[in-house]
Design a protein around this ligand. Structure first.
Ligand code: HEC
Ligand code: HEC
Ligand code: HEC
Ligand code: HEC
Ligand code: HEC
Length: 189
């Protein structure tokens, strides 16, 4: 098992790490014997993901599972993510490109992995201010130390969105009754 935490933290928090190991640290992915890593291959084993994308799929999937996951990496973030969730999402959804500018030939998502720049104009960009806040409403943070709904996890894109597919619009994690807003899920308003 590998940890991205510095050694000192690992020594100090061995007990905590053991307790949290299943959630935070990925073991090696089962060996797939050098098979080409097509989505069909992945989905043959990962039924829950197949079910999720049978709803409304995230269009990032057009670039394949491998755009976000690197199952061969020994340094990926659990669960085999190329980057931590927020930087991963922002790699596609917050790319500074002046209006009308020609997209670059390719956009690097993580070291050693890029998507064609021609994919970029299709991706809606978050309208964040200079402080990096302002989604889904003005001044709202997109990151923070703790998620009010998922104990022990940071607040971020995954507090409100699922990565693969959702039965709710906009890939929201929440099931909303008709006319219900999401704000009160976390705030008393
Ligand atoms: C032969 C079956 C098989 C194939 C094919 C396969 N996986 Fe897996 N995968 C597993 C097993 C078994 C595990 C470990 C148990 C688990 O967490 O589901 C795992 C774990 C994972 C995890 C971590 C899950 C977690 O909760 O920590 C991710 C992410 C993942 N696989 C993605 C992929 C991707 C992407 C592909 C295609 C490139 C793929 N897998 C192909 C069987 C497979
Ligand atoms: C847009 C980026 C992205 C794409 C594309 C993507 N994933 Fe994921 N995946 C994630 C993130 C982020 C998580 C972590 C979710 C969490 O922690 O709540 C995750 C979690 C997982 C997990 C573990 C937990 C679970 O939901 O079952 C598996 C297995 C997995 N992905 C497989 C796949 C497969 C197979 C594909 C292709 C069909 C795929 N992913 C495509 C971002 C992505
Ligand atoms: C490889 C590029 C890529 C990555 C990485 C990526 N997305 Fe997307 N995403 C897309 C594309 C393409 C679309 C479809 C066009 C659009 O709505 O922007 C999309 C659409 C969306 C939508 C709108 C869905 C709808 O139904 O209107 C949400 C929400 C979203 N992504 C959230 C995320 C989150 C959260 C992450 C990180 C887990 C993420 N994206 C990572 C490419 C990406
Ligand atoms: C507090 C909840 C929350 C968080 C955190 C959050 N979002 Fe959203 N997001 C929403 C809601 C609600 C919508 C739908 C807004 C609407 O329909 O006007 C949305 C819409 C989107 C869309 C579609 C944009 C559009 O114009 O329809 C994308 C893309 C997106 N989010 C990406 C992200 C990414 C990337 C992150 C992390 C950096 C993130 N979101 C964090 C709640 C959230
Ligand atoms: C998934 C949980 C979640 C949802 C859903 C959510 N928020 Fe938040 N919100 C947070 C967190 C976490 C913070 C930062 C910590 C805090 O101030 O409590 C925050 C902060 C805020 C703030 C203070 C921002 C500032 O100026 O510092 C406002 C206002 C706010 N949210 C309004 C909303 C509104 C309006 C909605 C619905 C569109 C919404 N929130 C949806 C979790 C959420």
């Amino acid at each position: 098992m590998r940890s991205a935490l510095p050694t000192l933290a690992r020594v100090g928090f061995t007990f905590v790490l053991l307790a949290a190991a299943a959630a935070r640290i990925s073991a090696q992915h089962p060996d797939l014997g050098g098979e080409p890593l097509t989505d069909e291959l992945c989905l043959a084993c990962h039924d829950d993901v197949r079910e999720a994308i049978a709803k409304t799929p995230h269009k990032a999937l057009e670039r394949g599972c491998v755009s976000c996951h690197d199952i061969l990496s020994k340094t990926a973030q659990a669960p085999f993510l190329r980057l931590d969730p927020n930087p991963l999402c922002l790699a596609c959804h917050h790319v500074s490109l002046l209006p009308g500018a020609v997209p670059p030939a390719s956009v690097e998502i993580a070291r050693g992995f890029a998507i064609p720049g021609s994919f970029l104009p299709r991706i809606r960009q978050l309208n964040l201010d200079q402080r990096g806040v302002g989604h889904p409403v003005a001044n709202h943070p997109i990151a923070g130390p703790s998620d009010p709904l998922r104990k022990g996890r940071p607040f971020g894109c995954l507090s409100c969105h699922v990565p693969h597919g959702s039965a709710s619009p906009k890939l929201l994690v929440f099931k909303l009754a008709p006319g219900e807003g999401i704000c009160h899920k976390c705030h008393q308003m």
